[in-house]
Design a protein. Structure first.
Length: 150
């Protein structure tokens, strides 16, 4: 079960990345062209929000099932530190930024402000996200591969 969840979590990473990038480009396009906030803009921000919340739930299950919470005292090992502290906190911040960005964008009084809030919050979330993914080229992601099971 643990391996299946890791593969699902890894696969959904790509869905989350695509969703957040599309949302950012939609917001940037809305800002530059001054176009109204559309149903598509709202839909993409919702897809991004749902994807990140699903990732959070799967990640928390993996965190506790994998025993990472018991390894917090071992900060000398880079991989253990990454998965027991850095990845968890970084991704929690990302989920909060996506959630607040969507909520504040929905509540904004003008279309321009909606685009601006989506762009700002989601771009910051993307930057933090990219630093907290265990990419295969990083020491903490060595041997994990680009796609699940590969």
């Amino acid at each position: 079960m643990n391996t299946g969840l890791i593969h699902l979590h890894s696969l959904l990473r790509w869905v989350a990345l695509v969703a957040i990038v599309v949302t950012i480009f939609n917001a940037l396009s809305g800002l530059r062209k001054g176009r109204p906030f559309s149903k598509s803009d709202n839909r993409w921000s919702l897809i991004t929000l749902i994807t990140f919340h699903i990732q959070l739930v799967i990640g928390l299950v993996l965190y506790f099932m994998g025993g990472w919470h018991t390894q917090i005292g071992n900060m000398s090992d880079k991989v253990i530190r990454f998965f027991s502290i850095e990845h968890l906190l970084g991704m929690l911040i990302v989920v909060v930024l996506v959630t607040v960005g969507r909520a504040s964008g929905k509540k904004a009084s003008s279309d321009l402000l909606k685009h601006k809030r989506h762009f700002s919050y989601f771009l910051l979330a993307l930057i933090i996200l990219l630093f907290n993914i265990p990419w295969p080229f990083r020491e903490v992601g060595a041997g994990r591969g680009w796609f699940p099971g590969m």
